[in-house]
Unconditional design. Structure first.
Length: 213
């Protein structure tokens, strides 16, 4: 029995991606049940597991299998070849999720590159109120609350989720295009706009934002 075949069986049976650490834990657990850590694969290192995964990945490509081994944010998983998607899709005749609107994509991009980030900072970049858009992104599981900022008022911070990475085929945030350049850009600051009170005299200033339609 080879290590690659054991790992292949684990990936085939798993209902979710498996990380190298999870695979190692399974191997050690099986060894313990079979007579201690000296049993076969009980002392396999994470480097050996990683090498076995790469070997499987190459084998599937060379053999032109109908499936492939892909690395996702949460680990490794077997998946059908994208070239066969139009046939596989017939097994899952469910309504396609609604596409994200342009405002939603813009908001999501800002959060992805500058996370964790407050709602006010996102609005400073977009120049519009994002309450509705932000709620949509959270309902779709693409954005979540990450805590509170250590500033007066302690506003909520938002960041992307693991589902965001899977949805866009990313292993981590460093795979976002031009990530360093965009993360280093300074955020625009809100400029106060003078208002006119009921007497016709200039009143207090308010942030220059508009509500999204």
């Amino acid at each position: 029995m080879s290590l690659t075949r054991v790992i292949e069986a684990l990936l085939f049976s798993a209902q979710k991606p498996l990380s190298i650490r999870e695979i190692g834990a399974v191997l050690k657990s099986a060894a313990a049940e079979s007579g201690g850590p000296s049993h076969e694969f009980g002392r396999v290192s994470e480097a050996e597991i990683a090498a076995a995964l790469e070997q499987l990945k190459i084998e599937y490509v060379q053999q032109q299998r109908a499936f492939q081994l892909v690395e996702k944010a949460e680990g490794w998983q077997l998946a059908s070849d994208p070239a066969l998607a139009k046939w596989v899709r017939q097994l899952f005749p469910v309504p396609k999720p609604a596409r994200l609107s342009a405002p939603a994509l813009e908001t999501l991009a800002i959060i992805a590159y500058r996370q964790p980030i407050t709602r006010a900072d996102v609005e400073d970049v977009r120049g519009v109120n994002i309450d509705g858009v932000l709620q949509t992104l959270m309902e779709r599981g693409l954005v979540k609350i990450a805590g509170r900022a250590e500033v007066p008022g302690r506003p909520l911070l938002y960041e992307t989720t693991h589902f965001f990475l899977d949805h866009f085929g990313l292993r981590n945030l460093d795979e976002l295009p031009n990530v360093e350049e965009l993360r280093k850009r300074d955020l625009p600051r809100r400029r106060p706009v003078a208002t006119i009170d009921d007497t016709g005299r200039p009143g207090s200033s308010t942030p220059a934002t508009t509500r999204e339609l």
